[in-house]
Design a protein around this ligand. Structure first.
Ligand code: SF4
Ligand code: SF4
Length: 196
């Protein structure tokens, strides 16, 4: 008699446990999903705004970028992910100016520390949250960030031309003064030598 009672008691416990488990499972059928079904939901999937996926250049409305080629980001990067190639150009006023030729970023070695972004004085670079970056070769992870055609340099204003001319005249005057001073010094030294 005792074993029959035990049998039905165990059966009751088993059924109660089964109902409890099915209730938990059943709830999951009606609870909103909190996981992402990637890549099925590729069209609706949105990465968080602050997610750091890839470095890119910030472009102004007129199509120009903000990089002044100071190399602060290149120096700040702890693992040589950024390589900057500068070039010297002559502006319309005749002045020499250092400009950016090529800006390379190797996504394959970036640790997303953001030191480059925080050290940039002109907010020329930023991270986007485009997380789909899979490629078939490492070489494709090296990207040139200044990848848009550069607008032509704006024509200098009359004031800029006058200022450049005045600066050049001042430079020539200083060179002439320095040469004259050196010649006078050499002559004085020669005179002293003759006396001895
Ligand atoms: S996020 Fe860090 S590792 Fe990546 S390029 Fe910038 S400084 Fe270098
Ligand atoms: S991106 Fe910024 S820090 Fe880097 S070279 Fe350009 S201006 Fe300088």
């Amino acid at each position: 008699m005792g074993s029959v009672k035990e049998y039905f008691s165990s059966l009751g416990t088993g059924i109660a446990s089964l109902v409890k488990g099915l209730t938990v499972t059943g709830k999951e059928f009606v609870t909103p999903k909190i996981t992402e079904c990637y890549p099925e939901n590729r069209d609706q999937g949105v990465a968080a705004e602050r997610f750091r996926a890839e470095l890119h250049f910030v472009y102004n409305e007129d199509g120009t970028h903000r990089c002044i080629c100071c190399s602060a980001c290149e120096r700040a990067c702890p693992n040589g992910t950024i390589t900057i190639e500068p070039k010297m150009v002559t502006t319309a006023t005749g002045a020499k100016k250092k400009k950016l030729a090529k800006y390379f970023y190797d996504l394959g070695s970036c640790t997303f520390c953001q030191l480059c972004v925080t050290n940039c004085p002109t907010q020329a670079i930023a991270f986007d949250n485009d997380f789909e970056q899979a490629v078939f070769s490492r070489g494709k992870l090296v990207k040139q960030l200044n990848n848009r055609p550069e607008p032509a340099e704006p024509e200098p204003t009359a004031e800029e031309i006058a200022a450049a001319k005045a600066a050049e005249e001042e430079r020539q005057r200083k060179i002439a003064a320095a040469k004259a001073a050196k010649a006078a010094k050499d002559a004085a030294a020669a005179k002293e030598g003759d006396k001895e």
